[in-house]
Design a protein around this ligand. Structure first.
Ligand code: FE
Length: 216
């Protein structure tokens, strides 16, 4: 059984960029549903994997699309909450230098990130990833992510309409611009960047909990 982790901050902590209403719907309804569906499918298949990463990678390899979509969305959202911080941070140190090297600076990275996310057709995710020490911006469709690939994600932003429609209506670009200015957890991104270069471990989703015994 994989359990929906609580948010790492209060529901209203990301206001005014993202409202508490959006966070309640997004975390308590959308994200919960991905866990409910993943657990149901694993239970029906008689499977009790220990990590959500193995569920995502194996479902993708086996072409189990419904399981993949739900498990990947469960993973992506927990990662997404971790990628945000109410502190108003800025990149520093090696990560700042890598951003300058790859994009020319933070404003150029923002322009690329917003362009990639705003131009992405339909639902998905926009990512800042490290391939070794080199940074890249890209996007994935629906629930797809970079698990099983030779890249480490540093940041992600949700491009599904449920992420911004309450607060920004149809204006995904405005959401992405506001998001990039206020919410990235650059401390976390720097830890992921260090892991990409062999210093420490990249972020992992909390593992499975033992199902409660029916006899208990
Ligand atoms: Fe979402």
């Amino acid at each position: 059984m994989f359990k929906l982790p609580p948010l790492p901050y209060a529901y209203e902590a990301l206001e005014p960029t993202v409202s508490a209403e959006t966070m309640h719907l997004h975390h308590d309804k959308h994200h919960q549903t991905y866990f409910t569906n993943t657990n149901k499918m694993l239970d029906e298949a008689g499977l009790s994997p220990r990590t959500l990463e193995e569920v995502v990678v194996e479902a993708k390899q086996a072409g189990k699309k419904k399981l993949f979509n739900n498990a990947a969305q469960a993973w992506n959202h927990t990662f997404f909450w971790t990628c945000m911080s109410p502190d108003g941070q800025a990149p520093a140190g090696d990560l700042k230098a890598a951003i300058e090297e790859a994009f020319g600076g933070l404003e150029q990275l923002k322009a690329k990130f917003v362009e990639e996310g705003a131009g992405h057709f339909a639902s998905g995710w926009v990512w800042l990833v490290a391939r070794g020490s080199t940074l890249e911006v890209n996007s994935t469709h629906d629930g797809d992510n970079h698990l099983g690939e030779d890249v480490v994600p540093l940041l992600v932003c949700d491009l599904w309409e449920h992420a911004y429609y309450v607060d920004y209506r149809n204006d995904r670009k405005k959401f992405l611009e506001a998001w990039f200015d206020a919410l990235p957890n650059w401390t976390f991104a720097a830890e992921q960047y260090a892991a990409a270069r062999g210093q420490g471990e990249a972020w992992k989703h909390p593992g499975a909990e033992a199902a409660q015994s029916a006899a208990a």
